[in-house]
Write a protein that binds this ligand. Sequence first.
Ligand code: NAG
Ligand code: NAG
Ligand code: NAG
Ligand code: NAG
Ligand code: ZN
Length: 286
Amino acid sequence: MGYRCINLLTIVSLLLLFPVINGWGIDGHLTVCRIAQSRLSEAAADAVKQLLPEYAGNDLGSVCSWADEVRFRFHWSAPLHFINTPDVCNYKYTRDCEDDTGEKGRCVAGAINNYTTQLLTYNSGSSQADNNLTEALLFLSHFMGDIHQPLHVGFASDKGGNTIDVHWYRRKQVLHHIWDASIIETAEERLYNSNVDDLVDAVQKNITNDWADLIPRWETCSLNKTTCPDIYASEGIKAACDWAYKGATEGTVLEDDYFISRLPIVKLRLAQGGVRLAATLNRIFQ
Ligand SMILES: *[C@@H]1O[C@H](CO)[C@@H](O)[C@H](O)[C@H]1NC(C)=O
Ligand SMILES: *[C@@H]1O[C@H](CO)[C@@H](O)[C@H](O)[C@H]1NC(C)=O
Ligand SMILES: *[C@@H]1O[C@H](CO)[C@@H](O)[C@H](O)[C@H]1NC(C)=O
Ligand SMILES: *[C@@H]1O[C@H](CO)[C@@H](O)[C@H](O)[C@H]1NC(C)=O
Ligand SMILES: [Zn+2]
């Protein structure tokens, strides 16, 4: 009993000390993964089905936030959810992809490359003993979402908006959380019957009706690479500067103007995350 209490206390104080830097909230990640799973080739759909844990019931969306749930158990994975730039609106892998001890490659772009490389061993069968490919799939699916959340490629000095206090309508929030969850939650309440399925449908319709011409460019990586996180991260920091940070300094009250102008950006990034996760998985599992 006593041991349990201490454990709980430790967890609670850890949560208070280290505000969680999540990436999209559960609904954002679910949207990315639902879109991706609907675009898989037969071979990729088969591989995903084989790799998903049984409790997921072949629904990638239901385990798309697994990587956030294991952040404390796998504490080595915490730096893999984001990138910090030295407070500039551009991104360079060699300069910015490192953890806070300076270890190179330990950021969300490095992690996307890492888990893509691991999954490429799926068909060879040989090194399957080395890596848990179920975990690789869940990490890749989650990080492809995170890298498309604009404030996951943000400034080091404010930890991607985690130290900027604003108000979302009447509620006090940090700016990072507005982009993880608040814009999506407000959209669900006002436009989508408080229902994540309706949000997914709306983004799917935009993909088919409005963005069809752009899809080939979203999917393509230069030099025939399997995945290209540096492109996604460069877009991310640009969106962070142009849309997330803009007009959202310490103490600002963000309401309809901000919500209405930023929701299309959130939907675009969710769509790009889903399309690119599918394209990457389709190239991995040929
Ligand atoms: C690569 O994946 C392995 C296995 O999960 C992990 O131990 C390592 O920290 C990862 N490195 C990066 C940069 O993602
Ligand atoms: C792979 O990882 C999953 C999720 O952590 C775990 O449930 C499963 O037991 C692992 N598989 C092996 C063979 O270790
Ligand atoms: C996405 O779909 C909604 C609803 O049909 C529409 O109002 C909006 O303009 C679309 N977005 C784009 C970028 O076309
Ligand atoms: C990309 O792959 C295609 C088909 O495999 C090949 O024809 C093309 O030359 C490759 N392009 C580059 C830049 O490697
Ligand atoms: Zn995350």
